[in-house]
Write a protein that binds this ligand. Sequence first.
Ligand SMILES: NC(=O)c1ccc[n+]([C@@H]2O[C@H](COP(=O)([O-])OP(=O)(O)OC[C@H]3O[C@@H](n4cnc5c(N)ncnc54)[C@H](OP(=O)(O)O)[C@@H]3O)[C@@H](O)[C@H]2O)c1
Length: 301
Amino acid sequence: MAAPVKISSVFRPNLFKGKVAIVTGGGTGIGKAITQELLFLGCKVMIASRKLDRLSKSAEILRSQITNNSAKLEHMQCNIRQEDQVKELISTTVSKFDKLDFLVNNGGGQFPSVAEDIKLKGWNAVIETNLTGTFLCCREAYNQWMGEHGGVIVNIIADMWKGFPMMSHTGAARAAVDNLTKSLAIEWASHGVRINSVAPGSSIYSDTAAANYGSQDIFNMNIPGVPAKRLGTVEEVSAAVCFLLSPAASFISGETVKVDAGASLYSTIWKIPDHNKIPAYKWETDNAGCNDEEDGTKSKL
Ligand SMILES: NC(=O)c1ccc[n+]([C@@H]2O[C@H](COP(=O)([O-])OP(=O)(O)OC[C@H]3O[C@@H](n4cnc5c(N)ncnc54)[C@H](OP(=O)(O)O)[C@@H]3O)[C@@H](O)[C@H]2O)c1
């Protein structure tokens, strides 16, 4: 049997006592770590995702780890691509916990493929999950609670700053969420809503994400391009999320925090083979009459 995980946090105990959060995809990987840290800090948390079996098992473990008396965990099935289910997620959370202070849009996913092989169905699924699902959760959180009472939203996006070869669908969706974050930060500021994003590098190892991709290799192949020369941890993403949710970030909105050890500045794993398929654009040269020395005039320089 695996040793019990000792949850901890760099933030002060009870920081989120009395607060209520929704974490989509909160039963696995990064979302699970965020949920664990929020619970540790006294928050009441609703986790939501599609696979009820896995979510329920995870909820049971998360409940068994609670050490803070103020913390509470609920879970419910929700596909963020379905508008009616998102509406229900928000209304159920508000009716169970009487409020909604934080929304963490972490639920998401994609599959690796070169762009030319992505079928419309796959493209739409990735856009609907990562962009539309995030939008629906933000809109419903705002319409049902935060528009009147304020709140804080954090969107988990990805390292798509140099494009996202092999993941063009999610790169497009995450870049759109980066922009959505800015729009909503302005539109909703006067309602007391702050909204930011966290962009983990493509190197945050979690068992569930590795299982989705069928191997750990997709993470390990990134290590040479990470300035820290190691994979990132789910705890390192969670800490950034908790900071943005906390009052320490009360003057930060519309921003994206990269959690990638500088990898997005340093390298790309995509190699372009040598080729000559993009010839240079040049004007036709016509030397007659163009040379100052030859036609007897002297340059003044
Ligand atoms: N790990 C990394 O290196 C990395 C890097 C950049 C960005 N990210 C992003 O960070 C987030 C968390 O990823 P992770 O690494 O922790 O992987 P993960 O464990 O696979 O987490 C994805 C979570 O999203 C949920 N989800 C997926 N589609 C959903 C939908 N339509 N509705 C509701 N929930 C949905 C999944 O649960 P169900 O299957 O039960 O729905 C799962 O709990 C994802 O958005 C991921 O793309 C991860």
